[in-house]
Write a protein that binds this ligand. Sequence first.
Ligand code: COA
Length: 368
Amino acid sequence: MSPYAHITGWGMAVPAKVLTNEDLEKMVDTNDEWIQSRTGIRERHIVNDEESTASLAKDAALNALRVANLNPTEVELIIVSTSSPEHIFPATACLVQDQIGASHAGAFDLLAACSGFIYALNMATQAIRSGSVKNALVIGAETLSRFVNWEDRNTCVLFGDGAGAFVLQSGDEPGGVLSAVMRSDGSGANLLTVPAGGSHLPTSSETILHKQHTIHMNGREVFRFATRVMAQATKEVIAAAQLQIEDIQLVIPHQANLRIIEAAMRGLDIPKDQCFINIERYGNTSTASIPIATCEAIQQGRLHSGDNTVFVGFGAGLTWGAALVRWSGPFLPYRHIYPASYRLWVAIRSKLLRMVRRIEGWIWGRNI
Ligand code: COA
């Protein structure tokens, strides 16, 4: 029988700097009342010049490894879901792999916008269930503040920065990620996009002048799409796990807009107190919103061992999806591991590897 993929660790990281609605009032023609009533957002966290998607992802990953009591060298797969990667390439996941010292892990990025964490969770689950890996790190990390047009009130009030991570581990007891659905509809690609900077529209003075490296969004259309697919994906993933809506203890939705979440819960006939919401303090952190919300749900005692939980999200692409998890919690700790203490060793290791590469270049370079 194929093993189950249990979530045994979770962690989050958000920048210290907070941008409130009152701060935004000084930047664009908006006000706290409008933002709160239309979106549910009160404030969001924004990176400073030293922080980036990889630094947030690394911090979230180390926190998750600490909960799972897992040594970074035991991680075999790292998936970073992000729409705001450190570079076009190399993958942000490889930078995280180096920074946490996961010396036995394959690492890649996955881009499915705000649905990305659900896609990544499903990919890592399949890798575990097939027996190809035993331990995986799934990270959702974003710094969308770097891609926001701070003069566009339609979008700049919505997004925030942050990262969340899960450790997935193979186990024989039934539980963990039981089912997942992933869907897409590229005919809506133009509804939410950063138009330039890729192969279609490479960077030029024109693209910079017309702010085509920032987020462009048709808010009303995205809103209509989101309310429709959230309920649909939730029903599908519950049916795929052969459960009923009544069997679900908690829904953790993508935190994009309070009104979208409320409409979806009404459509499902799920009471609001069975749904976890923290959008007021983080805004839309895209693919990071579900793992961040999960960390806070655990902190607040909202998730218990054995609970059936649905993660559901939507985003650019268009993409949407859901995952159903039977919560198992961390495996019993039988050792004491402090992944953060690897930092010094990991930095030395990375420098040594670079040095060895350079020496090899000197010795062999002339003969190639
Ligand atoms: N402050 C004040 N007024 C604003 C504003 C702001 N920050 N942003 C837009 N407005 C104005 C609009 O210009 C418009 O004015 P007009 O009627 O004079 O043109 C008015 O408010 C209403 O705009 P509308 O688009 O109808 O508002 P809305 O109720 O649909 O809310 C969103 C706008 C963006 C909050 C909403 O459409 C939304 O959340 N959509 C989904 C976006 C999303 O989730 N994206 C991420 C997907 S992962």
